[in-house]
Write a protein that binds this ligand. Structure first.
Ligand code: FAD
Length: 392
C-alpha cells in the first residue's frame, strides 16, 4: 500500500483564523450504509438514528458550554473567550513530537468539572492561540491514566497534557515548539468533536500519527462506562511515521487476525488473542531495549486498567508496514441484529487529511461548515453494515 499519510496534518478544519471560529460547527455522523451524506436522503428510521448521534453531539457540545458561556470567568476554560495557561513542561517524545503539560495561569475550581463533562461526552479538543498571527489550531488533551498521568493535585488544579507534532512548515505547531517553560499559552474550549453515544459497545479506532490522542480519549470515555453488565471494547489501529513515537509497542492481534480469517470469527480475532507479535513471518514488535514511548505507556495503562477490553495494533511507515484493506477487513464485518446496531458499533478515523481520505473519504466544507462528507475509501469498500463511521 502506498503511504497515504502526507508529510503533515493539513486539516482544513484546523486552519482557523481567530475571527472565523466564533461558533461551533455541527458534525454529521456518516452511517455505514449512507453512501453520501448529501446524495442519499435518509429513511425515517435511519434518520432517527442519525439524529440520535447528532443530538448527543450537539447536546453534549452545547449544553454545559452554553450555561458557562453566559458568564465565563477569565480564569476558567470556556468556548467563547481565551483563557491563560502556563507551559509547565515540554518533553520530547520523538524528534518531531513533544508532550506539552499546561496548567491554568489563575486557579479556578470549576476547570475540573468542565473537563470532566467533556471526558464523559467523548472526544474533545481545545484551541491554542498563536498570538502573533492571531490564528488558532485545535489540539486534543490526553486522558490521565494511573500509570503515567498527573498527580491528584495536578488534576485538581486543572493541568492538561497534549501530544503535539511539530510540522516543520506549520505556523502554530512550530510556534508551540519554540516556547519555554513558564510561557503563557491561551486556550479556548472545550469543543466536543464526537460524543460517543451511551449505547456504544464497540469502537474500532483507526489513528494516524497524533490521531492517537483522540483514540486515547475515546478509550478513556468509553471504558469509563464499564460496569458488571457493560464491558465495552475498543480496538485501536495506529499508524506512525517514526519508530520513536510507538517505541516498545507490541501488536495484539496482527497474527491472530490472519488466523481468524480462516475461522471467520471477527470477535475472537479481536479480543481473544494474546500478544503474539508475528504477522506473516514479520516481527511486528516495535522493538527496542529502551523505555516504551509515552503513548505506548498510555495505551498499556489503559489495557491494564481494563483487561480484555482494549487491543492495539501498530503499523510503522519506517518499516513499510501500512494499514491495508485486509487488515481492517478482519474487524469490519457486517453486524446483524437490526437497524439500531450502528449506534452500538462505531468506527472512528483520526489523523492527517490524506489519512482520513484514504480510510473513509474526505470531509467537506459547505456554507462555512465542515461536514463529514460521503463515506468512501477502504472502509466503504468493506461495506461496514451496522457500523457508524465518524471522521475526526
Ligand atoms: C479536532 C482536532 C484535534 C487535533 N489534535 C491534535 C493533537 O492532539 N496533536 C497534534 O499534533 N495535532 C492535532 N491536530 C492538528 C492541529 O490542529 C494542526 O492542524 C497541526 O498542528 C498543524 O497546524 P500548524 O498551524 O502547525 O500547521 P499549518 O500552518 O496549518 O500548516 C499545516 C501544513 O499545511 C501546509 N500548508 C499551509 N498552507 C498551505 C497552503 N495554502 N497550501 C498547501 N499547503 C499548505 C503547511 O506547509 C504545513 O505543512 C488536531 C486537529 C483537529 C482538527
Amino acid at each position: 500500500m502506498k503511504s497515504s499519510i502526507p508529510a503533515s496534518f493539513r486539516c482544513s478544519c484546523s486552519r482557523s483564523t481567530l475571527q472565523s471560529v466564533g461558533g461551533r460547527s455541527r458534525r454529521h455522523a456518516s452511517t455505514s450504509s449512507s453512501a453520501s451524506s448529501t446524495a442519499n436522503a435518509p429513511t425515517p428510521s435511519r434518520k432517527a438514528r442519525w439524529l440520535a448521534i447528532a443530538f448527543v453531539s450537539v447536546a453534549a457540545a452545547s449544553g454545559g458550554a452554553y450555561v458557562r458561556a453566559q458568564s465565563p470567568k477569565s480564569s476558567e476554560l470556556n468556548p467563547e473567550t481565551f483563557t491563560k495557561y502556563c507551559l509547565v513542561s515540554r518533553e520530547p517524545v520523538s524528534p518531531s513530537s513533544s508532550l506539552f503539560t499546561l496548567r491554568p495561569k489563575y486557579p479556578s475550581d470549576s476547570n475540573y468539572d468542565i473537563y470532566e463533562e467533556a471526558w464523559r461526552a467523548g472526544v474533545w479538543s481545545v484551541m491554542f492561540k498563536q498570538p502573533q498571527l492571531q490564528i488558532g489550531r485545535e489540539y486534543t488533551p490526553l486522558p490521565t491514566t494511573a500509570a503515567t498521568g498527573l498527580s491528584v493535585d495536578e488534576e485538581n488544579e486543572g493541568y492538561l497534557r497534549f501530544f503535539i507534532r511539530k510540522d516543520p512548515f506549520g505556523e502554530v505547531s512550530r510556534y508551540l515548539h519554540t516556547l519555554n517553560t513558564g510561557a503563557d499559552i491561551e486556550l479556548r474550549g472545550p469543543k466536543i468533536e464526537c460524543a460517543i453515544p451511551e449505547e456504544t459497545r464497540k469502537i474500532l479506532f483507526i489513528a494516524g500519527g497524533t490521531g492517537i490522542a483522540p483514540a486515547l480519549q475515546a478509550g478513556y470515555s468509553l471504558l469509563n462506562r464499564t460496569t458488571s453488565t457493560n464491558r465495552p471494547q475498543i480496538h485501536i489501529v495506529w499508524a506512525s511515521r517514526l519508530r520513536a513515537d510507538c517505541l516498545g509497542g507490541v501488536s495484539d492481534t496482527l497474527n491472530a487476525t490472519t488466523q481468524v480469517s480462516a475461522s471467520g470469527s471477527w470477535f475472537s480475532g479481536w479480543f481473544g488473542s494474546s500478544s503474539n507479535a508475528v504477522h506473516d513471518g514479520v516481527d511486528t514488535r516495535v522493538s527496542s531495549p529502551q523505555e516504551p514511548s509515552l503513548i505506548v505507556r498510555e495505551l498499556e495503562a489503559l489495557k491494564s486498567q481494563y483487561p480484555g477490553q482494549v487491543t492495539v495494533d501498530y503499523y510503522l511507515d519506517e518499516e513499510n508496514r501500512f494499514i491495508g484493506k485486509q487488515d481492517l477487513a478482519q474487524f469490519i464485518k457486517p453486524v446483524g441484529g437490526g437497524e439500531d446496531q450502528d449506534i452500538h458499533n462505531l468506527i472512528l478515523v483520526s489523523g492527517p487529511e490524506g489519512f482520513i481520505s484514504y480510510m473513509a473519504g474526505p470531509k467537506v466544507w459547505a456554507q462555512g461548515t465542515e461536514l463529514q462528507g460521503p463515506l468512501r475509501g477502504i472502509i466503504k469498500e468493506l461495506n461496514p453494515k451496522g457500523w457508524a463511521v465518524w471522521k475526526l
